[in-house]
Write a protein that binds this ligand. Structure first.
Ligand SMILES: [Zn+2]
Length: 193
């Protein structure tokens, strides 16, 4: 299993592109909370074995950390196509940032819980999710925690400009999550007014 290297340029380009996508969705504007979310490039020495995640949102610093070098812990997540490129990693991490900065937009009316099966956090929604996850989750990584389920769904929502791909539209559970993300995005956009 080789290491994955991402250049500073590639990370910067991806960060700026995702910011533009979020601006188009109405959740990022001049001086807004998401506008304040930065991106920190971590230079990992080749001698170091970095087995963290490809990206991580740091709540305290309000920044997305992105390591230059990344060694997948297991073939697992990568083979499943999760977090395969800088754009998707940054979209995913902005999902965590949005949840951190606008907790009320998730909680109001029990919206998040109803769609994701629990409060936003580190616990998975179900005890046993391995079988048939494809009908209820957008990726296998999404099954690991409700917060990852949200971030993975948000990643795709941003990538597809809010329009649900046909393969997911057929799945009622995923459709419900998608609609919840759409409503959360709408609530955050409304904060501008
Ligand atoms: Zn995550």
């Amino acid at each position: 299993m080789g290491q994955i290297y991402t250049s500073r340029n590639e990370v910067n380009r991806a960060y700026n592109k995702v910011r533009m996508e979020l601006w188009r969705l109405g959740v990022l504007w001049d001086g807004s909370k998401l506008d304040g979310v930065g991106c920190t490039y971590l230079t990992i020495a080749p001698s170091m074995t970095f087995t963290g995640t490809m990206g991580r949102y740091q709540e305290k610093e309000k920044t997305i950390e992105f390591p230059s070098m990344y060694l997948p812990i297991a073939a697992l997540w990568r083979d499943l196509g999760v977090k395969a490129n800088a754009l998707d990693v940054i979209r995913h991490e902005f999902g965590h940032a949005l949840a951190d900065l606008y907790p009320g937009a998730l909680k109001k009316g029990g919206l998040f819980r109803a769609a994701f099966g629990g409060a936003y956090g580190e616990d998975p929604a179900e005890e046993c999710v391995a079988a048939g996850w494809g009908t209820r989750y957008v990726s296998e990584y999404a099954t690991s925690a409700t917060q990852e389920d949200f971030a993975e769904t948000f990643m795709l929502f941003v990538k597809h400009k809010g329009k649900i791909p046909a393969k997911f539209a057929k799945r009622s559970v995923i459709r419900k999550k998608w609609k919840a993300v759409a409503e959360i995005v709408k609530r955050v956009a409304a904060a501008k007014r």
